[in-house]
Design a protein around this ligand. Structure first.
Ligand code: GLA
Length: 399
């Protein structure tokens, strides 16, 4: 069946044309695995896979959602936003609505159709894109301006074509935090800010460097290589608890070292204080402290245009995730090994939460096709699983 747009999905689902459309991109974590919630450094890109939502306000105080991915409709009252175990995908929308309300944003009912071109469970952060797209489509229908205190008294203006003024940096950050809070509080995944910031701050042809302690974002150009995503086909479900467990090990390690977070811990200090940590805490801290250091070195390599060296940090990152954080799996390890064997690949690693999902490989543009063929045939030969590598374009963020 050919893919339809969110607007078309809306027309089919509700029999009229939607008033507003908003979309938010997925992201790839380029380097910095599980560093974000440790107040560390992380590099990422927003990519040309989106969650798009078409919506229209309603006057009966009800919200009705249809999705291109999940067959059942979800219906509820604005005044009664609850989890529905039959439709966990809608939790991301509901969580954002509750956080908006907590911030004092006024909105009423609406009908919405959600379309996704982000593969689920591939570590490309469809959840954050859904959160961000929800916040933006509500803003389109019920304009609000957000700051750290909450909704501002004056909503944003529309121009003559009815377009809202764009989001400023501070407002983007407030929105990213709001979406993160939705995921932490309502969905129950204690994720950091990486995914939401990437979706809102992405810049075409650039890598984002995010400092999660100071919550600042810088952009560095990355041209010449393609980002190839290889999805193991092994599902990762962050809600499964492994993610939260890793976070707890990291936080208890920081507490045992009397540090505000692992960002403040030097490798030499960590090694000297190994006996204050449980073996698992030490492993997780060892990964995070080393990984933050790798991001610093990688930023320098990128500034100096040394992409081979930059790629080396990607390989090293994977080894550290595999051996110390232990959030890899045999299929991810195989994909990285296969990538490493191809001369056009500068670097490769698991991307995102781990425990399945996808790898990201940095590949010289002119050899991308050959690389993808090599990956697909070798992976299928060794696992019996089909692999469809995709080249992702680096795009601007939402809003
Ligand atoms: C998931 C989380 C992010 C980040 C990565 C791992 O994508 O949502 O906050 O922790 O895993 O780096």
């Amino acid at each position: 069946m050919p893919k339809v747009s969110a607007a078309e999905l809306f027309r089919r689902g509700f029999n009229f044309t939607p008033a507003r459309v908003a979309r938010a991109p997925g992201r790839l974590e380029v380097l910095g695995n599980h560093t974000d919630y440790n107040e560390g450094l992380v590099m990422s890109v927003a990519v040309d896979r989106y969650i798009e939502i078409a919506a229209s306000p309603r006057t009966d105080g009800r919200i009705e959602l249809v999705s291109s991915v999940f067959p059942q409709r979800e219906r509820f009252a604005v005044t009664d936003i609850q989890r529905n175990p039959e439709a966990p995908w809608a939790d991301y929308v509901k969580g954002v609505l509750l956080e908006l309300r907590r911030k004092g944003v006024h909105f009423s009912g609406f009908s919405a159709a959600i379309d996704s071109s982000i593969p689920l469970g591939a570590g490309m952060s469809s959840s954050a894109a859904l959160e961000v797209a929800t916040a933006l489509v509500v803003r389109e229908m019920y304009p609000y301006a957000l700051n750290e205190q909450g909704a501002a008294d004056v909503p944003p203006a529309r121009d003559r074509q009815g377009r809202l003024s764009g989001l400023g940096i501070k407002e983007r950050l407030s929105l990213a935090r709001l979406c993160q809070a939705a995921e932490n509080r309502f969905v129950g995944v204690n994720c950091g800010l990486l995914d939401q910031i990437s979706s809102l701050f992405g810049k075409a042809h650039h890598v984002l460097s995010i400092d999660c302690r100071f919550q600042t974002v810088a952009h560095a150009p990355l041209v010449g290589e393609a980002m190839v995503v290889c999805n193991t086909g092994v599902k990762h479900a962050l809600v499964g608890g492994e993610y939260n467990a890793l976070r707890e090990h990291c936080e208890s390690a920081a507490r045992a070292l009397q540090a505000k977070s692992l960002r403040s811990v030097e490798m030499s200090y960590l090694k000297a204080n190994k006996d204050r940590l449980s073996p698992r805490e030490y492993e997780c801290a060892y990964h995070v402290v080393g990984e933050i250091q790798r991001v610093v070195y990688a930023e320098r390599a990128l500034r100096e245009d040394d992409h081979r060296q930059f790629g080396q940090y990607l390989f090293q990152s994977h080894e550290s995730s595999r051996d110390f954080l232990r959030n890899s799996c045999p299929e991810l390890d195989l994909l990285v090994d296969l990538a490493r064997r191809h001369g056009a690949c500068l670097g490769s690693r698991l991307t995102g939460g781990g425990f399945g999902g996808a790898t990201i490989s940095l590949v010289a543009y002119h050899e991308v096709e050959a690389f993808m063929e090599h990956m697909a045939s070798a992976y299928e030969q060794q696992t019996g699983r089909k692999l469809e590598p995709v080249v992702c374009q680096v795009v601007d963020g939402a809003g």
